[in-house]
Design a binder for this molecule. Structure first.
Ligand SMILES: [Zn+2]
Length: 324
């Protein structure tokens, strides 16, 4: 079994690299890990850092894979540790060279900008190695802090979408968001689910230019949960209670800039008109209060506390609550 330069025999964990795209200096490479259980079984694919700076993902994925008992494991896990090496080098969630948000331009193009070429390649890799499930790990990166939530494609319902929704219920997150909004069309998740018919999830936790133990613990629960749900490792997947489902996301912006002083945390329940935080100027005056615009919602993500914001910047993402 091979993934890039990593070639694993049964019971082996192997490191390697894989080529993601052309570059005039050297090919763009990502580190990869390939873990092969002693027994045959399902194939799980994990992708990290499609947004540069979202460092919870690769840290958690490496811990998870290195902690597996491969003698007992059924099947294999292939992990692409850095899907956006250009952004990662710049602490940027985008591709600095062409300004694209890699997770909005799928399916990409082999003849497009560097971002579009990488998107095309990532989708191709998911088709070749995705196997039974694809997990795309995110966090809030440098600027944003997200709740521990999971997203699946809910616009078109087919067998892969149904399997993704079922898997989303087994990764230990109470925020289970079946998204059908327009921005989803260009995501990796949606394109993997629809074009390769492989159930795929985005899993998020943390961010804000730091990695907390709680976020690593959330991802540990999620990754073990997915492997258990697929029957690769022993044990039952976690069951989340007090579930919050998601509908549309509302991106709340400030009209003028200042320092952002949040009154809420990611994952909090919100009702219409509730105070979410204040914008304070350099004189120390509160120049704007940020209120929840949705009737009933939960906080998907916030900008990190005291981050300087500018006119029109996003402050909070609230996800409208859906009762399914
Ligand atoms: Zn992200």
């Amino acid at each position: 079994m091979k993934f890039g330069t990593a070639e694993a025999a049964p019971g082996e964990l192997v490191k390697g690299v894989i080529e993601l795209g052309q570059d005039p200096i050297l090919p763009l490479l990502s580190p990869v890990l390939l873990a092969r259980g002693a027994q045959p079984g399902p194939r799980l694919y994990i992708q990290c850092l499609i947004h540069g700076g979202e460092n919870v993902g690769p840290l958690a994925a490496a811990r998870f894979i290195r902690g597996l008992d491969l003698k007992q494991m059924k099947g294999s896990i292939a992990a692409l540790m850095c899907a956006n090496p250009l952004g990662q080098r710049q602490h940027s969630r985008l591709i600095p060279q062409d300004g694209t948000n890699l997770n909005r331009i799928f399916p990409g193009s082999p003849k497009g900008s560097v971002g579009e070429q990488i998107a095309h390649r990532l989708l191709e890799l998911a088709g070749e190695h995705g196997g039974d499930a694809v997990l795309d790990l995110h966090s809030g990166g440098e600027l944003t802090i997200t709740a521990f939530y999971v997203i699946y494609d809910a616009k078109v319902m087919g067998p892969a979408q149904t399997a993704a929704r079922d898997l989303a219920a087994k990764v230990g997150s109470r925020y289970q968001w079946g998204a059908s909004e327009d921005w989803m069309e260009g995501t990796y998740l949606t394109n993997v689910t629809r074009r390769h018919a492989i159930p795929s999830l985005i899993i998020e936790s943390g961010g804000g230019a730091r990695v907390f133990d709680q976020d690593l613990a959330n991802f540990s629960i999620a990754l073990h949960g997915a492997a258990r749900a697929l029957g690769m490792i022993a044990g039952d997947p976690p069951t989340a209670t007090d579930i919050r489902r998601g509908g549309n996301a509302v991106h709340v912006k400030c009209t003028r800039g200042g320092y952002w002083k949040p009154a809420i945390a990611p994952g909090d329940d919100m009702t219409g008109g509730q105070l979410m935080g204040e914008i304070v100027d350099m004189y120390g005056d509160t120049v704007e209060t940020i209120l929840c615009p949705a009737k009933e919602a939960w906080v998907g993500s916030i900008r990190r506390a005291y981050m300087p914001l500018y006119a029109g910047d996003q402050v909070v993402e609230v996800v409208e609550r859906k009762h399914a």
